[in-house]
Design a protein around this ligand. Sequence first.
Ligand code: SAH
Length: 243
Amino acid sequence: MTSFSFSPIGILQSCYQEKFGIPRQPRLETEAVSELILLPPYNDLNSLRAIETFSHIWLIFVFHQTASATWKPLIRPPRLGGNQRIGVFASRSTFRPNPIGLSAVELLAVDQSKNRVSLLLGGCDLVNGTPILDIKPYLPYSDAIPNAYTGFAPKAPAEKFKINFTAKAKQQCQAFETKQQGVTGSTPLDLKKLIRQILSLDPRPAYQQQQISERIYAMRLYNFDLRWRYCENDEILVLVLEE
Ligand code: SAH
């Protein structure tokens, strides 16, 4: 069979430094700003002309961190508690014959400030460094299908946790926000809100989701390790942000 080879048109920079903890679909959080930096020769403003007239775009990308893993015809989606199996093509699993991802994200701005051409994006579910193969405008008249039925994933996962911060974590969030403002100079980041949104989606693997343990979980966000644990009554305690 013919095979095709593609090269990235850009690299996505996001706050997610590892796969664990990233929302499992786009637009499940509203706070993080990601930057898609276009690579030459695609960093020509002509290739973006009129893109700012669209509020949302599709990203087609490579699941580069799992690209060499073998795929299987059946997978266990976290949504089904990790026990039930469905076909890989009936899922959004990253383990696919061709490791290609597809996400509709918000286009916030075209940016040329740092001697490079990039798109500022909201709601990305991509790990930092993800190679992007293509961008297409999102066309609601055709892409949005209000009466579509959606099998095992009828709506966004329920937010079942109340999320509390230790005094130390709260203060660390504030300190990070102040520092971050100097770096981006754009819309201020509400880090506590971002952490709330990420953790309320419960990043744990499905088989651990029923357990209450003393275990401390961590994910690498921006330049720190976010640590938290699960408590009684569906509460999560955010412990620290450790650089
Ligand atoms: N919306 C996309 C991706 C869904 S899977 C699609 O439907 O195709 C989303 C998960 O992919 C994230 O939770 C993260 O764990 C994983 N992921 C994100 N970027 C990745 C990458 N570059 N390589 C491997 N896995 C990645």
